[in-house]
Design a protein around this ligand. Structure first.
Ligand SMILES: Nc1nc2c(c(=O)[nH]1)N=C([C@H](O)[C@H](O)COP(=O)(O)OP(=O)(O)OP(=O)(O)O)CN2
Ligand SMILES: [Zn+2]
Length: 151
C-alpha cells in the first residue's frame, strides 16, 4: 500500500536554560527554534469528494493556522520556564519577567528539544483528531545541526 503525508515547517525565537547542564546550556540563552510537523489521514490517504480540499491530506493553510495557534504563537519571543527546576536562578528570572509583564511560558518539563517534541506531538495529536488527521512526527531543531524527533 502507498502512503502519503504532508509536512510544514515553523520557526520561533525563544529563551530557555537547562538546569544542571554540565556545559554552557545551564546559562540563560536563546535559539531560533525550527519545527517540522508531519501529518497523515486516519482513513484513506487523501480527502475525496467535492470538498475544496479534495486530493489533500489537509490544506497547508489549515495545518499552518492550527500549529501557529496551538503552539507557536505562545512560544515566540517567550522565556520557557520549567516550574520544577532545581535551579533557583531560573525561578528568580521567571519571577522578574512575570512581574515586569514579559512573556513567560510555564512548562512542567526540563526544556530540552526532546521534551518539547514529545509535548508538542501530544498536544497536536489531540488537536488534529477532529480533522481525521494523525500527527506522524514532530521534529524540533535547537540549532541547525541538532534536532529531536517524536513520533
Ligand atoms: N539531547 C539534548 N542535548 C542538548 C540539548 C537538548 O535539548 N537535547 N540542548 C542543549 C542546549 O540547549 C543547546 O541546544 C545547545 O546545543 P548544542 O548543539 O550543544 O549547541 P551548539 O551551539 O554547540 O550547536 P552547533 O549547531 O553544534 O553549533 C544542549 N544539549
Ligand atoms: Zn538551548
Amino acid at each position: 500500500m502507498d502512503n502519503i503525508s504532508v509536512t510544514k515547517e515553523f520557526t520561533w525565537d525563544m529563551a530557555h536554560m537547562l538546569a544542571h547542564h554540565e556545559g554552557m546550556c545551564q546559562n540563560l540563552h536563546g535559539h531560533t527554534y525550527k519545527m517540522q510537523v508531519e501529518i497523515v489521514r486516519f482513513t484513506g490517504n487523501l480527502i475525496k469528494g467535492s470538498d475544496p480540499s479534495k486530493g489533500m491530506v489537509l490544506d497547508f493553510k489549515d495545518l499552518k493556522d492550527i500549529v501557529n495557534e496551538r503552539i507557536v504563537k505562545e512560544l515566540d519571543h517567550a522565556f520557557m520556564y520549567w516550574v520544577n527546576s532545581p535551579d533557583k536562578t531560573e525561578h528568580e528570572i521567571a519571577r522578574i519577567l512575570i512581574e515586569s509583564g514579559k512573556k513567560v511560558v510555564k512548562v512542567d518539563y526540563r526544556p530540552t528539544a526532546e521534551e518539547m517534541a514529545l509535548n508538542f506531538l501530544r498536544i497536536l495529536r489531540d488537536e488534529f483528531k477532529k480533522f481525521d488527521v494523525d500527527v506522524k512526527s514532530v521534529k524540533v531543531w535547537e540549532t541547525p545541526t541538532s534536532y529531536a524527533k517524536a513520533w
